[in-house]
Design a protein around this ligand. Structure first.
Ligand code: HSE
Length: 420
């Protein structure tokens, strides 16, 4: 029986997730797992665990032959990579919740796993308690998976819910997200979209076998969203969410981005409020499937770490089958997006970047337009994230079949030019 294996754990980090794991493990005696040592940075901080458990010397864990699993839940990126790579090279398995580290060092981590044959699991790194990585890895074959649409950051979703459902100010909502342990130590990672980007890079690997770099993906966060955007949305019964998307286009290539979006009343993701996350998978034959659960916080995140530990008892590892497909999936920026942009001053709007402007509302102090723009242009330009401008995707934003001649004709007609 493979599941009798005893796990002797060396834990790095005793913050929101680390302490959550310690508590959960104390309540899960069936797992046959125990924490032997916890490596922390600051020995003077008061902690709710016996002092003998703690060390500040990483080697006490990394060089201990009895420890067979290293769990890494620290904030630093480079230090986390050193810990995980050394653990794997020293013959240990590793579990991490560190999305920035995994997304940043993805190629290196893939190589080390291959070289060492050890297992690195990180279910907690994306959507916390939702078992999305293992499902993508095991269940959804590349050919069947047409697209994923997801809310992957709990803090920004919490802030948007508090702002627009309860009329709380942005700063107060962020403060609550910090106090509840949802936000990153540096909350700009949440609100500027970085955290969602890192998670999306991880999910793209397991969904499509794509190893993307941060600079490959068009993204922003919620920091530019203006109060008036919610007012405009509400007129159409839309709410705003920060949404990560990946879609297989007709060319077979994958469009992937993380941007705020207006969500219609009947959409699955509309149901996702506060620190919850949600992922809608669309496959060729089963149509839509919706995964929903807590995406941040101590116990929800630690529960995913626990599930990884449990999987290590039967020597589970990600096979990364999709990386070895004959025709690997490829990212593309060659598609159009229908966007809403609000602004105070039209001088800061580069109108010529739009293929077509469908609506133009300049009557109020806060103005807005709705238009179609090429994704590559959006990625390479910065005006839409500067000078108080705010960009939000319209629902069903991806436009694939653009008849450029027809659109040009239409916009000329709108401009009052007679066509022969
Ligand atoms: N800061 C992250 C979030 C924590 O808000 O989603 C969970 O990864």
């Amino acid at each position: 029986m493979g599941n009798d294996k005893q796990l002797i754990i060396g834990l790095f980090g005793f913050g929101v997730v680390g302490e959550g794991l310690y508590r959960i493990l104390n309540q899960t005696p069936t797992l046959n797992a125990s924490i032997k040592k916890v490596c922390i940075k600051n020995p003077n901080k008061k902690r709710n665990a016996p002092a003998s458990l703690f060390t500040t010397n990483a080697d006490e864990i990394l060089n201990d032959p009895e420890i067979n699993v290293v769990v890494e839940v620290i904030n630093e990126t480079d230090a986390a990579f050193r810990i995980v790579s050394t653990a794997l090279r020293n013959g240990k398995d590793a579990v991490s919740a560190n999305k920035k580290m995994i997304a940043t060092y993805l190629p290196e981590l893939l190589t080390i796993q291959q070289e060492t044959g050890r297992s690195l699991l990180y279910e907690a790194s994306a959507c916390a308690s939702i078992p999305i990585i293992r499902n993508l890895e095991e269940y959804y074959d590349n050919d069947l998976l047409q697209g994923l649409t997801a809310i992957v950051n709990g803090s920004t979703n919490y802030i948007l819910t508090k702002m627009f459902d309860e009329q709380l100010g942005f700063k107060d909502a962020l403060l609550q997200a910090q106090q509840l342990g949802f936000a990153e130590a540096d909350p700009s990672l949440d609100i500027e979209g970085w955290d969602a980007l890192y998670k999306w890079i991880i999910l793209l690997l397991h969904a499509y076998g794509i190893v993307a770099k941060p600079e490959d993906i068009l993204f922003t966060g919620i920091h530019q969203i203006h109060n008036n955007d919610a007012v405009v949305g509400r007129e159409k019964q839309y709410e705003i969410r920060l949404i990560a998307q990946a879609k297989k286009l007709k060319t077979g290539k994958i469009a992937a981005f993380v941007l705020p979006q207006f969500v219609k009343p009947n959409e699955h993701l509309r149901f996702v409020k506060n620190e919850y996350n949600g992922t809608v998978l669309e496959s060729s034959f089963s149509d839509k499937q919706f995964f929903y659960g807590k995406g941040a916080g101590s116990f929800p995140t630690a529960s995913a770490v626990l599930s990884d530990l449990s999987a290590l008892r039967y020597d589970y590892h990600y096979e990364h089958k999709k990386l070895r497909y004959q025709k690997p999936a490829e990212l593309t920026d060659d598609f159009y997006l229908k966007v809403y942009v609000s602004f105070d001053d039209w001088n800061y709007i580069e109108k010529n970047d739009f293929l077509w402007i469908e609506e133009w509302h300049a009557e109020n102090e806060r103005k807005y337009l709705v238009g179609v723009i090429h994704a590559e242009r959006l990625k390479n330009k910065t005006w839409w994230r500067e000078n108080g401008n705010s960009l939000i995707l319209t629902p069903d934003a991806i436009v694939e079949d653009v008849d450029i001649r027809n659109l040009k004709k239409k916009s000329l007609e709108l401009a009052g030019v007679q066509l022969g």
